[in-house]
Ligand binder design. Structure first.
Ligand SMILES: N[C@@H](CCC[C@H](N)C(=O)O)C(=O)O
Length: 267
C-alpha cells in the first residue's frame, strides 16, 4: 500500500505529515521509528498524523522519532495550519486543533499568493512552574520545570554554545525526577526581550527547535523576572515570538511553517 506524505518544518523542527482522512495509519509508533531514520527512512524528528475531530475542526497526533507519543507539539501545530489551508482541507483562517493536551486555536497569516507563511497558536496556560534541584551527579545543579501539556526542564546558562547537549541531554531526559522523561532546554538570556535556546527533545534528541520548549523557556524566563512578557526565542533553526498574556495567563507562539516536499512511501 502506498501512503502520500508531506515533509514540513517549523524553525527547522521537521516532521512527516500524513492526512489520515485519506491514509489511515494503523501502526504509527513503528512507522515513526522507521520513517524518521535519516539513512534508511525519510528522515525527520518524528511523525505527525492529521485527523478528524468531534470537538474541534481537526486533530493532531505526534510521535517522536523513538515512536513515543507526545501530548503536544508547537512546531507541528503551525505546520498543520499551513497544511490544512494549502491542501484545501479548510478555508478557515481560525482553526480549532484537537491535541492530546486539549484544543489549540490556530490563527493563520495568509499572504497574497494564498499561502500560509506564519501561524499564531494559543498554547494555553503554562503550569507546574517550579525550581528543581538536579543533584550532585548533574553538571547543572538546578533547573525550572514547566508543563506546556508536555514536560520541560529549562536550565539557564551563561553561554549556550558551550553546552554539550549529547552528554547533558540524555542524562537529564532520563533523570529520576522525571519518570515520564522530559524535554530539556538550555537557555541564555540575551536581553529582556531575547533568549537563545538549544534543545534536547524527549524521544527525538537534538532538534533545531521546539515550540513547546520555546514557550517553556519564555515562561521560565518571565517567571524568574529575566524577560518581559513579549520575548523572542532564538533556536538553531529559527526564532519564535512568544507572548504571555497577563490577563488570560495564556501563552501565544508566533512563527513560520514551511513545506519541504511531498512524497509517497510504500508500507
Ligand atoms: N518538537 C515539539 C515537541 C515534540 C514532543 C516532545 N518531544 C515530547 O515528547 O514531549 C514542539 O515543537 O513542541
Amino acid at each position: 500500500m502506498k501512503i502520500k506524505f508531506t515533509k514540513m518544518h517549523g524553525a527547522g523542527n521537521d516532521y512527516i505529515y500524513v492526512n489520515t482522512l485519506q491514509y489511515p495509519i494503523e501502526n504509527p509508533e513503528k512507522l515513526a521509528i522507521c520513517w524518521s531514520q535519516w539513512h534508511t527512512g525519510i528522515g525527520s524528528d518524528g511523525l505527525v498524523l492529521i485527523g478528524p475531530s468531534n470537538i474541534g475542526d481537526f486533530s493532531m497526533r505526534i510521535f517522536n522519532a523513538d515512536g513515543s507519543e507526545a501530548m503536544m507539539c508547537g512546531n507541528a501545530s503551525r505546520c498543520i495550519g499551513k497544511y490544512l489551508y494549502e491542501y484545501g482541507l479548510t478555508d478557515k483562517k481560525d482553526i480549532a486543533l484537537e491535541t492530546k493536551s486539549g484544543i489549540k486555536q490556530l490563527k493563520l497569516n495568509v499572504n497574497s499568493n494564498n499561502t500560509v507563511d506564519e501561524v499564531t497558536v494559543d498554547m494555553g496556560i503554562p503550569t507546574n512552574i517550579h525550581w528543581v534541584k538536579l543533584g550532585e551527579q548533574s553538571l547543572y545543579p538546578q533547573g525550572i520545570t514547566v508543563s506546556m501539556g508536555n514536560p520541560h526542564l529549562v536550565i539557564f546558562v551563561d553561554n549556550v554554545s558551550s553546552v554539550n547537549l549529547f552528554q547533558a541531554g540524555p542524562f537529564l531526559e532520563n533523570h529520576p525526577l522525571f519518570p515520564d522523561r522530559t524535554n530539556v532546554e538550555f537557555a541564555q538570556i540575551l536581553d529582556e526581550g531575547h533568549i537563545r535556546m538549544r534543545v534536547w527533545e524527549r524521544g527525538s534528541g537534538i532538534t533545531q527547535a521546539c515550540g513547546t520548549g520555546a514557550c517553556a523557556t519564555a515562561a521560565a524566563a518571565i517567571f524568574t523576572k529575566q524577560c518581559t512578557r513579549n520575548v523572542k526565542v532564538k533556536m538553531d533553526g529559527g526564532e519564535l515570538l512568544m507572548n504571555w498574556d497577563v490577563h488570560t495567563n495564556h501563552m501565544t507562539m508566533k512563527g513560520s511553517a514551511t513545506k519541504v516536499f511531498d512524497g509517497e512511501i510504500e508500507i
